[in-house]
Design a protein around this ligand. Sequence first.
Ligand code: GLY
Length: 292
Amino acid sequence: MSNSKGRWALIVHGGAKEIEPHEEEANRTGCIEAVNAGAEVLARGGSAVEAVEASIRVLESLPVFNAGTGSVLNNKGEVEMCAALMDGSTLDVGAVGVIKGVKHPVSVARSMLRQDPILLSGEGAFMFARDNHAELCDPADLVTEEQKEAQDTVGAVALDQNGNLAAGTSTGGLSGALKGRMGDSPMPGCGFYADDHIGAVALSGHGEGIARLAAAAQIMGSIERNGPEEAIRKALEQMHRVGGDAGGIAIDRQGRAGWWHNSPDFTVGMLTSETERPQVWLRKDEDIASHG
Ligand code: GLY
């Protein structure tokens, strides 16, 4: 099925957003730390699912990112989070929406992977997390001073040595959003998708716009023809129809990785079996400049 046997690739992002100069270093180092955590899994032959979870857990633990610790607050001053994980080898999806009081929503999503439901929300998601030994916390522990106004989502996409693909997302949603609101991040075909026969993608940005475009589905539909970067670029060109900024990362079944954004900044970290150390960029201009 895949011609990538033995090769692996990982790409992570810290959100489609505007980064203040004093936050640049924390965004860069956070993405490198996340890449290293996932790459360690892939280099030793671990699965793409495990690698994506490992990378996103790092991003969820760092206050500079709007996911897990550091999530933004809704219009009631609460942290409500969404996360998802998709296994491209089985098409299993695990996702949680508006979950509270867990440290790592992506790990709750992972424990749903072999279960029937693909998406649990609110109290039901919390009960599932508690019954499946997730790391629980006081919701107030997730609130940090610097994240109260930020808007973004984190994500990761991986190809493992067996040619299996996975995609994951995690977010605190949009600052000041209506209580109970869910964006694109827990919805397959909108904020993420993975299929070993095609590729894997994770998006970030204005969730309503991304969902209305079914952006992940659009990217999956053209990734083979256009390659990952062009497929994302073409889908995000449509954002003007629905409003809002977005960014995306993707890997196709051959192991080609790409990313694009129309937000001011979009920190991306990448490492593959062919590169010696992680590369990280704060925005596409940096990547383009490094090639030219
Ligand atoms: N993209 C994250 C959200 O809109 O909730």
